[in-house]
Design a protein around this ligand. Structure first.
Ligand SMILES: NC(=O)N[C@@H](CC(=O)O)C(=O)O
Ligand SMILES: [Zn+2]
Ligand SMILES: [Zn+2]
Length: 450
């Protein structure tokens, strides 16, 4: 493996609050001290000085990357991805999904267990892990389901799956509607220090709704999904997490009340966190094009008031994570009427430009906060100690982004098998230039390697 020197980038390390122009050196799969800098010192002025002094001697095979004008962040981590493998590999599989991740700047992704069959046992965890080890250019972590077959009747073998390396449990796609069973799962999760990634949706309240319940749904005579569908389960599960001590992470938060409840729970010292997806911080139900199922996802696009609360929560730190909820479906599947088409949109290859365009350029997040929500915090919440930071000794997982490059999103160029996005053709700013995983360049300027 060659060494890599990243020169003149804006080094953004959320773990230590570092934001300065400098160089980064990667060697033997880890972030290393810059050659010539006295070992163990973190005197950045001296390291920077060396750069210009010409005395640095690099290993001969060093690849030098000029990152002038670019953000250099610890490799991005997506806590919420659907790889559809096993069982629905026409939509996506471990290979295509992990390649899309690399192209999107992600070096670690968490795959949700709502596959066919469900990932609810150690051997099914092993299936994804073994496949990923052979085909994935980035780290793929497989979450385990809370109940067998996502049926909500009997707990999965959570302990067994924990022994096989799941980073978290999740019933994503639905909620565990039986509160007693959910509480039992949280007790086990607390004991094993496994985060509980919570999809909040009351199965009875949702009642076949397909878009947000508002004036638009009424006008189109579509069944609506009220905010309470999400909020009642978020409230219930925050209470259960408080009682059990489980580490609760609210997935794809979309409502104003989920923001307020999360904020309050944190003030009370509960171990809770929350994520917002780019589509929810970018769009509202008013942006939906009637009949276009690429605007159909779960939870649905909400009102402007909800979106404002999400932006507020991202800015004030209540939501510490941005995740994609990458949910690929085929064009045929999506070309059904609104009430029949599947929920979900792809997100791995649009997350960085949407975050830069909607949040950083508009002053809602600083570039350092962007690195925090896309890497530092996910690493902390998933207990990935070697990631989410650019300090010496950490994994050589790095993402280089040019925040100034303007272009139009082209779904036809996605590495994902899914093309289902409402953002095709949208003008954005911010392009992933290089993704480095484990000290290897896996993506550079439009091309995948390895
Ligand atoms: N978000 C979605 O709209 N769809 C997800 C399920 C989920 O994340 O709840 C999917 O698996 O397709
Ligand atoms: Zn979900
Ligand atoms: Zn999901």
């Amino acid at each position: 493996m060659s060494s890599i020197l990243i020169k003149n980038g804006r080094i953004l390390d959320p773990a230590v609050g570092r934001d300065e122009v400098g160089d980064l050196f990667l060697k033997d799969g880890v972030i290393a001290e810059l050659p010539g800098s006295p070992a163990g010192t973190k005197d950045e002025t001296r390291v920077r000085g060396k750069k210009n002094s010409g005395t640095v001697s690099l290993p001969e095979d060093t690849v030098v990357l000029d990152a002038s004008g670019c953000y250099v962040m610890p490799g991005l981590i997506d806590m919420h991805v659907h790889l559809r493998d096993p069982g629905q590999t026409w939509k996506e599989d471990v290979s295509s999904g992990s390649r899309a991740a690399a192209a999107g700047g992600f070096t670690t992704i968490v795959a949700m267990p709502n596959t066919r069959p469900t990932i609810d046992s150690p051997d099914r965890v092993d299936y994804v892990r073994n496949k990923a080890a052979h085909v994935a250019p980035v780290h793929v972590l497989q979450a385990g389901s809370v109940t067998k077959g996502l049926k909500g009747e009997e707990l999965s073998d959570i302990r067994g799956m924990a022994a096989h390396g799941i980073p978290a449990i999740s019933e994503d796609g639905r909620s565990v509607m039986n509160a007693r069973l959910c509480r039992e799962a949280m007790e086990i999760a607390a004991e094993l220090h496994l985060p509980f990634l919570d999809h909040c949706e009351d199965a009875a309240l949702v009642n076949g709704g397909c878009v947000n319940e508002d004036s638009f749904s009424r006008k189109e005579h579509l069944k609506g999904i009220s905010n309470s569908v999400e909020d009642v389960i978020a409230a219930r599960d925050i209470l259960l997490a408080g009682e059990t001590g489980a580490q609760l992470h609210l997935c794809h938060c979309s409502t104003k009340l989920s923001y307020q409840m999360l904020k309050r729970a944190k003030e009370q010292g509960f171990s809770v966190s929350g994520e917002v997806c780019p589509h929810h911080f970018t769009l509202t139900s008013a942006d939906r094009i009637p009949g276009d199922t690429n605007y159909k996802m779960n939870p649905p696009l909400r009102t402007g008031e909800d979106r404002e609360a999400l932006l507020q929560g991202l800015a004030d730190g209540t939501f510490e994570v941005i995740s994609t909820d990458h949910a690929p479906h085929t064009a045929e599947e999506k070309q059904q009427p609104m009430d029949r088409a599947p929920f979900g949109i792809v997100g791995l290859e649009t997350c960085v430009p949407l975050t830069v365009t909607q949040l950083v350029k508009k002053g809602i997040l600083t570039p350092l906060q962007m690195a925090e929500k896309l890497s530092g915090n996910p690493a902390r919440l998933l207990h990935l100690e070697d990631r989410g930071s650019l300090e010496a000794g950490k994994a050589a997982d790095v993402t280089i982004i040019n925040p100034e490059e303007e272009y139009c999103i082209d779904a036809g160029k996605f590495y994902s098998r899914g093309r289902n996005t409402p953002f095709d053709g949208m003008k954005v700013s911010g392009r992933v230039r290089v993704t480095i995983c484990g000290g290897k360049i896996v993506y550079r300027d439009g091309r995948l390697y390895g």
